[in-house]
Design a protein around this ligand. Sequence first.
Ligand code: GLP
Length: 254
Amino acid sequence: MIEWTVLDDETELAEAAAGLMLDAIRRRPDIVLGLPTGRTPLGMYAAVVRHCGVEQHCFRDVVTFNLDEYVGIDPEHPASYHTYMQRVLFDSVDLQPENTHIPDGSGRRVLSRNPELPMSEALLRECEDYERAIARHGSLDLTFLGLGTNGHIGFNEPGTPFDSRTHIVTLAVSTREANAPHFPPGSTPPEQAITVGIGTILESSEIILLASGEGKRPAIERLRTGEQDPSFPASALHAHGRVRCLVDRAAAGR
Ligand code: GLP
């Protein structure tokens, strides 16, 4: 059963999501969070930073795992999710750098230990290492998700098995088009990404999906009314006992 909450607008959605994150941290200061990127969670991160500046030590013992990262760009790339996370959260709260995790789509982390490996093998090892790093914490405790217009969660595109673990994905054309504005002029999003698997996400004790804006309305409608169907990855969430969807009225169509 998915629990639905409809907020008036993006600002209320951001405040509600930030409140849920900070409440969860208060209840469990060493919580393991799964974190999304994209346009939708920007307001949530801004609200979290507003409510919890560095001086309040909210994040001192928190552990974070981002859901995804592009393949083939360096962490320092302006459109990488590493750069995004530094800008929207990591630079502004007291997370310990060693407690933050983002897949390394450049392969550098593995190649620095095994320089002879072909890139494809290095990326596969990065996926295995990432899954192991999550497993060292048991599993994710609370995962925030965005929603692609094609129903993707993380970068799990349509057709991804519901028991998948961290893997390399070929991005849908619609996903690359949607994310193109975040790339510098003259460059386009990579064709591949690393994403935490749907199975990994479903093992999170609690999941909160965020969706805002009219563009997400068809996907929200399908999630609300549809059955489990691998052609619509978010429908995997029906199998989970503790999922909340926070949507604004534009996305809810009310
Ligand atoms: C992006 C991200 C996802 C995100 C989704 C929605 O491609 N990789 O993790 O949830 O697509 O993005 P947005 O919030 O910008 O619509």
